[in-house]
Design a protein around this ligand. Structure first.
Ligand SMILES: NC(=O)c1ccc[n+]([C@@H]2O[C@H](COP(=O)([O-])OP(=O)(O)OC[C@H]3O[C@@H](n4cnc5c(N)ncnc54)[C@H](O)[C@@H]3O)[C@@H](O)[C@H]2O)c1
Length: 245
């Protein structure tokens, strides 16, 4: 039996991942912030809540394969140029996207079964800078390096540590920006395959990384972006200035 926790599982890519993974022989536990509507509550900025969730699920299923996978989809963003950036906003994004990811890998790494698989969500912005996105870009780039270090450290137990890096997927995280003139077009011009991604397309890659088909893949960040990493990110802050003056 496979048992996977999906953190950030109430919305967007996380919710799609819960749906794509659920199958006979695969138990999936969706976890998210209190009030978000997932079956389990967790806040990645609160280490005790992450530790409690991971320990509880591993203990509950210890006689049935244990905890075999953890997917961390928790993420937030903000938009502000470096020279204007509020430090508390910077810390909020880094706290969820980088420190939160570290806390998840720490406790998942302790309790996942030998041979298990951990997957984090980085972003196209880990390798492609976007104006106004300094905190998000820095956090997601840091998470790529963190994925590599954790992969080295957990390899002796055959625990694989990977990440997926989506380009634009329209979810509650990105929807607000889609109504600003020029932004959707800017993304599509940056995407050789000419469309945004579907949450299920990211979920399918996560399912692959959790599976034995990916048994020899670790320390990898998989770009899933219609080729957008080959081009230039749209000038988000410039387009927003143009729209709102
Ligand atoms: N949508 C995109 O275009 C895109 C592109 C690249 C990367 N990503 C990344 O994919 C992941 C999922 O994004 P999404 O687009 O599905 O966004 P989303 O807003 O739909 O889902 C994010 C989920 O994370 C949860 N969350 C936020 N803070 C949390 C915390 N402290 N603890 C636990 N859960 C928390 C939210 O409640 C929400 O359910 C994020 O890490 C995001 O940065 C998204």
């Amino acid at each position: 039996m496979q048992t996977t926790i999906v953190i950030g599982g109430a919305s967007g890519i996380g919710a799609a991942t819960v749906g794509v993974l659920a199958a006979p022989g695969h138990r999936v536990i969706a976890a998210d912030l209190p009030g978000a509507g997932a079956e389990a509550e967790v806040d990645v900025t609160d280490e005790a809540s992450v530790a409690a969730l991971v320990e509880r699920v591993a203990a509950e299923h210890a006689g049935d394969g244990g905890l075999t996978g953890v997917v961390n989809c928790a993420g937030v963003s903000t938009l502000s140029r470096v020279v204007d950036h509020d430090v508390s906003e910077w810390r909020r994004v880094v706290d969820v996207c980088l420190t939160g990811a570290f806390v998840v890998l720490k406790h998942a790494g302790r309790h996942v079964a030998d041979g298990g698989s951990l997957v984090s969500l980085t972003s196209l912005n880990a390798r492609q800078p976007g104006t106004g996105l300094s905190a998000y870009c820095a956090a997601k780039a840091g998470l790529v390096a963190l994925t590599e270090v954790a992969a080295l450290e957990l390899a002796p137990r055959r625990v694989r540590v990977n990440a997926v890096a989506p380009g634009l997927v329209v979810t509650p995280l990105t929807q607000p920006a889609m109504d600003i003139p020029g932004i959707r077009e800017g993304y599509l011009e940056n995407t050789p395959l000419g469309r945004s991604g579907e949450p299920e397309e990211i979920a399918a890659a996560i399912r692959f990384l959790l599976s034995d088909d990916a048994a020899w893949i670790t320390g990898e960040t998989l770009d899933i972006n219609g080729g957008a990493h080959l081009q230039r990110y749209p000038d988000l802050a410039g387009l927003i200035d143009k729209a709102f003056g």
